[in-house]
Design a protein around this ligand. Structure first.
Ligand code: EPZ
Length: 420
């Protein structure tokens, strides 16, 4: 397994271009199942999760040319089955369930199981599909679903669920009649999926609000679409620039969709300004402790919680960070403590007392965003070496991270095949 070695202490300065959004590309890749013919996705990031999703679509019978930033998906044969072997590699594989059921009238998809950050149930996905007329059974770790033709209905989610909303949007796009989804997730990636479904001939309205209406069609067409940029990658580099006291120009990402994060970063003493099409992030003075609580979009994103915590580790004062979305998303805390961070955890709240310096250490990545937080911690540990193991977690969601950081002055290298 690869590792990343960093020598910290250099403020990152220069330009970084943001890649396409992983969490937009994944549902859109699954949406290709809703039509025959060849769809083209552009600005797709080169990530492990994109390769995994391409493998899954091939297993289902599609012809996939995965050559980021372009991915072509074509063919007409479909075997509506998603095996455990692939679903366990990437939970988002559950996003084939809605499209397969709508397109083929049946689907056999492995239950995704939990992951490091939580149990990750899909009860809301299944409840919604049953409301559209699907007969759902669970059998030996698989969801067995069938429905001669899904019918439009009203679905009220118990809580905003990103992939639950996405699964139901795709299923409803080929249902007979109109579906209304209530208490939906409002993430920008959901708005992006609605844009693609409408390009395919669907009639989706309200995406980005808590209520989405989908008028089902008998048939949908393939599409050509350029994926939006990744707001979490953008936020991650904003934090890296702020934490190292750097001066970074972030290209290819809009400042919109990050209001909650940007508000907290500015409160912490980081300057964030639009410069033409780019975003300039600078920090000269001391970092200030700021409290935050994660919540569904447009609130503070849970996918930025670990990265923000590193910033607070070297801020003046004590901050409180509460995680409300996932039950176990503090896996980075013990690793940060090994680097000198002062963090106490009580239930879902971490109390961070800022320290003047972090120290380098050998640390272990546990999940995607925790690994990003360890990279930032390594950049901050002045003149110290940090080795982060199991960086396959990082490769799931950050395209060429060490190359992008090296290009703005960081001392960072990948070590191939280091024991885990
Ligand atoms: C999506 O996961 C993202 N993944 C996650 O990003 C992100 O952290 C999460 O949304 C929250 O923003 C993709 O888009 C591929 P949820 P998802 O369903 O859809 C509970 C990353 O780092 N819930 O919105 O799986 C659930 O347990 C990844 O890029 C149910 O109880 O998250 C959680 O507490 C990590 N039953 C809450 O809802 C359900 O049926 C929100 O989960 C579904 C969800």
């Amino acid at each position: 397994m690869d590792a990343i070695r960093i020598v910290g202490g250099t403020p990152i300065e220069g330009r970084i271009r943001i890649s396409g959004a992983k969490n937009a590309a994944l549902p859109i890749l699954c949406a290709t199942l809703l039509s025959d013919g060849e769809s083209l996705l552009r600005n797709v990031p080169a990530l492990r999760d994109i390769e995994t999703c391409s493998d899954l679509l091939r297993t289902i019978g599609r012809e996939v040319s995965c050559a980021p930033p372009e991915v072509r998906v074509g063919g007409s044969d479909i075997t509506p089955e998603a095996p455990y072997e692939l679903v366990k590699r990437m939970r988002a594989s559950v996003l084939v369930l809605g499209p397969l059921l709508a397109r083929c009238g049946r689907a056999k998809v492995s239950l995704p199981g939990g992951c490091q950050i939580g149990s990750r149930p899909i009860d809301q996905h299944l409840k919604g599909l049953e409301a559209l007329g699907a007969n759902i059974k669970l059998d030996r770790g698989y969801v067995i679903a069938d429905a001669p033709r899904l019918r439009g209905a009203e679905v009220v989610f118990d809580m905003p669920t990103v992939t639950g909303t996405e699964n139901l949007m795709m299923a409803a796009a080929l249902a007979k009649g109109t579906t209304t989804l209530v208490n939906c997730a409002r993430e920008p990636e959901i708005v992006e999926l609605a844009r693609v479904l409408n390009k395919m001939g669907a009639r989706v309205s309200g995406a980005g609000t808590a209520s989405i209406s989908i008028e089902g069609q008998d048939e949908l067409a393939p599409f050509d679409h350029a994926i939006i940029s990744d707001r979490i990658e953008t936020g991650t580099y904003m934090v890296a620039a702020g934490a190292t006291g750097g001066d970074l120009l972030i290209e290819g990402a809009p400042l919109s969709d990050l209001e909650a994060l940007v508000g907290k970063l500015r409160a912490a003493g980081i300057s964030i300004t639009a410069e033409g099409e780019a975003i300039r992030v600078q920090r000269q003075g001391p970092l200030r402790a700021v409290n935050t609580t994660t919540s569904p979009h447009p609130g503070f994103p849970t996918d930025m919680q670990a990265q923000f915590m590193v910033l607070m580790c070297v801020a003046e004062g004590t901050s409180r960070i509460t995680e409300t979305i996932f039950e176990n998303r503090f896996m980075h805390v013990p690793e940060l403590r090994r680097m000198g961070a002062k963090i106490a955890v009580e239930g879902h709240t971490a109390f961070v007392t800022g320290v003047p310096e972090l120290t380098g250490a050998e640390v272990m990545a546990t999940d995607l965003r925790a690994s990003a937080s360890l990279v930032i911690a390594g950049l901050v540990a002045t003149d110290e070496e940090t080795t982060i193991r199991r960086v396959y977690h990082l490769d799931r969601g950050y395209e060429k991270m060490e190359a992008k950081l090296a290009a703005v002055g960081a001392t960072v290298e990948r070590i191939r095949g280091l024991s885990p």
